[in-house]
Structures are given as C-alpha cells and as structure tokens.
Write a protein that binds this ligand. Structure first.
Ligand code: MN
Length: 502
C-alpha cells in the first residue's frame, strides 16, 4: 500500500465519503432505528484518519472500501458492532494502530472482531502450498469463532471482487481462484446465496472472460423474447392463483452466466440446447399454500417428467427448502418454477444471517415458526438461537449462541515462514516444536508467540504464529512430558531423557 504524501484525500473526495457515510446511516436506520449514531460516526472518523494517506488501486481514497463493506452488510441487518468492525476492519493491518489502541476507544467486543479479521487476512499471505492443501477452508472456519467475522469477511471479499478489475492480471487470477475455491463455498455453507452467486459470477468473469462474455451476449440477445414470455407467464400465474384465493408474489428469476455455464458443462450441451432459461419463484405465506400452488400449476400446464423435487418434505443438506418443478409454458417453452414460503425464501437468500430479521419482525413469526423449526435441523446451534429469540433474549446472548462450533478439536498455527501446523486443541509450544521436527523439539529452549516471548507451556490459539528458539546443546527436561499434549512430543521427550540416563 503506497502511502505517498500526495495521496491525501481531496475536498471533493471527502464530501463524497461523507455522503456515503450518510447513506450508510440511513440504511441502518431503516432496520435499526435505535442505532448508535455517535459510535458509528466515531468509527468512521477513526477509519478516515487511519487510512487518510492510502489509496485503492482504483485511485479512490481507501476509506471507500470499508464504507462499502459496511454498506453490503446492511442487507443482512447486522448489529452496530458488526458495522463498526467493518469500518475498522483494515486499520490494524495497514497502519501503525495496535489492538490496545482500538480497545481503549471501542472496547473488547469490537476489537476482538477486528483482530480476528486481521488474523484471517494474514492467512491470505501464507504460502500457496498451505492454501491449496484445502486446509485454508478449515482454518477459516476455525478462526472465525464468531459468525459476524465470517459475514464481514464475505462482504470484504465481495467488495474486493467488485473492484478486482483495477488490479493487475496476475492478482486478478489468483484472487478469483481463491474466491471460487474458498469464499463461494463458504457463502454456500453459511447459506448466503446472494453473496455466493455474485462471488461465483465475478470469479467466472475473470477466470473465463471469453465464455462469460459469450453467455452474457446470448442472454442479452434473448432478453427481448424472454421478457415477453416472462410477463405472459407472470400474468397467467397471478390470475390463476388469485382465482383460488392464494396471495402470492410471482417473480421472474434472472439466471447468472456462471450457473448457465455449469449447466452447459454438466450436460455437455450448447447454449441453444438449454431448455430452461426462464425461471420463476412463487412466494406464498404458508407451507400448505406451496402444495396448493403446485396442484394449480400442474393442472394448468404440462409438467416435465423427472424435474419435480420436493425439498420441503426433504430439505437439502444446507437446509434449502422449496418445491421445484418444470412445466411446458405458453409457446412451448420450458419454465422452471420454485415454490416456497417467504420465510424459506429469506433463509435461502440470507442463510445464517437471516436470523437478525426474525428478531426484528415478530409479526412474521406465526408463519415462519414452523419452517424455521424444520429448516434449522442441520444447525443445532441455529435452532437454539431461534428458541432464544423466541424467549426474548438479548442480542448479546443471541450472538453468543451463534458461534460456530466447527473444528473445535483442532488448533491451527503457523511457523514464521507461514507453514501450517495443525495440533490437537490445548497444545502448546512443546507440541508445536515437535510437530515441526523432532530436532526442533529436542533443542527448544524458548518460544515467541505472535512476536512476544512466552513460556513453552502456554496454550496456543488459532492463527498464532509460533517461533521456537533453539540451542544446539539443549535437552528437553523430563517434566515436559506432563505438559505435552501430543503423543509425538511425549515419546520424543521420554526417548531423549532415557537415552541420556543410559
Ligand atoms: Mn478489506
């Protein structure tokens, strides 16, 4: 990040930033009228001065980035701490600010969110080997013990992808691959479909620009015809459903070039052979209505055999619920239909983050109670959360219960060169040293954790960088056996001590 004296924010840029900040506040007030304006303003000004000398590759002031990340997050109706952490998410990395400084002003909760994000970022810099070993995804999940960290990270990546065109081609390629391999699956796992789709499509545009352009061109070419068809079907559907007394939202679904490409590849067919470029969603208020709609649709049009799937009675592994069917519509065009309740739709789009909404909109709860109970089967902790919300628990307790419990039995640490060392939870520097190499363990005399001297017995945390200090004449004291967690370390310590006695 080149901080040159001439990269100071101009008066006009400052006005633009100020306007973005006001937009941000307005969007937050939409879903959270009691937002702490003073706190947000303080965070904004803090980030402004921290990044004042930095520019994005686009030439814009760096502050546009954290502001946009915060803006993306408003879609998920996140709390003030998450917004503040988003505004501050890059200040520890590229500036001289220390966690202590942040903590003094913004407190422990926000500082811990920002620190976790900084640790995650350090991971991006580690060796390619580590990254490709698919450990990265595990590490990512393990380190992000708070669901809000993952949400901010996804929003951060989304904004970086939206502005990827300003980077040089090599970086574009690397970041796009990282996005498809790690961040899009993470978004899918969290059930955040809106972010997943955009990440996938943006990556596709950079990794396969010709194909992306080709499919986009074809889609645009078809647009006129599609629009006509969409309007026709939409009208017919709405009228039919009304006649049966069903109140439904019928919305045409725009398909992304990436998902079309996946289909072409999977079925080895050309664009022209794709039969279902048109998709609809029918959103209703209750599960019973879903099945009534299905009945109406199937008695009105011919359904295509083999295309009917009931994910309401059998949800997908990621908790996706809906009824899918394909019909032969007017003009003999195949039309893909997804039928679901508003609650299912909200969860399909926002995933884990959907729960903020349920807290804010109790009037929705009568209709949504059953689907949530049903849908959240796969996430035990998610159901607990919903129960807590039902009991009117505080936001703090809500957040406490949304912590991810994945990979809790492992701790992921790094050597100063960025090599990943995976250890059982509760391990310390003794275990770390022996995991690196038996010789390192045998000659260890001290340790530095994240650059600070520490004892060999201190428990390691996810993301710690551990530097073992060695002396060729050292010998591990026998009492280390008591402190070592791994069998590998225990065995080696016993062997060395036994040998020297003999
Ligand atoms: Mn960032």
């Amino acid at each position: 990040m080149g901080a040159t004296p001439d990269s100071v924010v101009t008066a006009q840029e400052d006005l633009d930033l100020e306007e973005s900040f006001n937009t941000l506040i307005a969007q937050i007030k939409d879903y959270n009228p009691s937002t702490n304006h003073t706190l947000l303003r303080k965070a904004y000004l803090y980030a402004r001065s921290a990044h004042v000398l930095q520019k994005r590759s686009s030439g814009e002031p760096f502050l546009t980035h954290p502001l946009n990340v915060a803006l993306i997050l408003t879609e998920f109706k996140v709390d003030d701490s998450t917004i503040v952490a988003a505004l501050l998410h890059d200040v520890l990395e590229d500036t001289a600010i220390l966690p202590e400084n942040l903590s003094a002003i913004f407190g422990h909760e926000i500082t811990s969110l920002v620190s976790s994000l900084t640790k995650l970022k350090r991971l991006n810099a580690v060796s390619k080997e580590v990254f490709q070993a698919r450990n990265f995804r595990k590490v990512l999940l393990a380190m992000a013990s708070d669901i809000r960290v993952l949400l901010i990270k996804l929003a951060d990546r989304l904004h970086n992808m939206r502005t990827l065109r300003f980077l040089d081609p090599n970086d574009q390629h690397r970041i796009a691959i990282e996005t498809t391999e790690t961040y899009a699956p993470l978004a899918a796992r969290m059930g955040v479909q809106t972010i997943r789709e955009e990440l996938e499509d943006l990556s596709f545009a950079f990794l396969n620009p010709k194909l992306h352009a080709y499919i986009t061109r074809k889609l645009n070419h078809n647009a006129q015809h599609t629009l006509m068809l969409v309007t026709k079907i939409e009208d017919e559907l709405t009228t039919k459903l009304k006649a049966f007394g069903i109140n439904a939202d019928v919305v045409g679904r725009k398909k992304q070039p990436y998902s079309i490409w996946l289909k072409m590849e999977r079925k080895s067919i050309s664009f022209e052979q794709l039969s279902d470029l048109i998709g609809f969603r029918i959103l209703v208020h209750s599960v019973i209505d879903c099945y009534t709609v299905l009945g109406i649709v199937h008695t009105t049009w011919t359904s295509v055999p083999g295309r009917f799937k009931d994910y309401i009675s059998t949800p997908k592994a990621n908790d996706y619920s809906a009824i899918h069917t394909t019909i032969v519509g007017p003009l003999q065009q195949r039309v893909e239909l997804q039928i679901r309740t508003f609650a299912m739709h909200h969860i399909a789009e926002h995933g884990i983050a959907a729960h903020y909404k349920y807290k804010d909109q109790p009037e929705d709860s009568l209709d949504s109670a059953a689907p949530i109970e049903h849908i959240s089967r796969a996430y035990h902790w998610l159901r607990e959360t919903v129960a807590l919300i039902g009991e009117g628990q505080s936001v703090e307790e809500f957040v406490e219960h949304t912590k991810l419990a994945l990979f809790q039995d492992h701790v992921f640490c790094f050597t100063p060169k960025g090599q990943l060392i995976t250890l059982p939870a509760g391990s310390n520097s003794i275990d770390f040293a022996y995991a690196v190499h038996t010789d390192v363990g045998n000659s260890a005399v001290g340790t530095k954790i994240n650059g600070r001297y520490s004892t060999m017995f201190a428990q390691l945390s996810n993301g710690d960088e551990v530097q073992i200090l060695c002396s060729p004449r050292a010998k591990p004291p026998y009492e280390w056996v008591k402190y070592a967690k791994t069998a590998r370390a225990k065995t080696a310590i016993k062997r060395v001590n036994f040998k020297s006695v003999v």
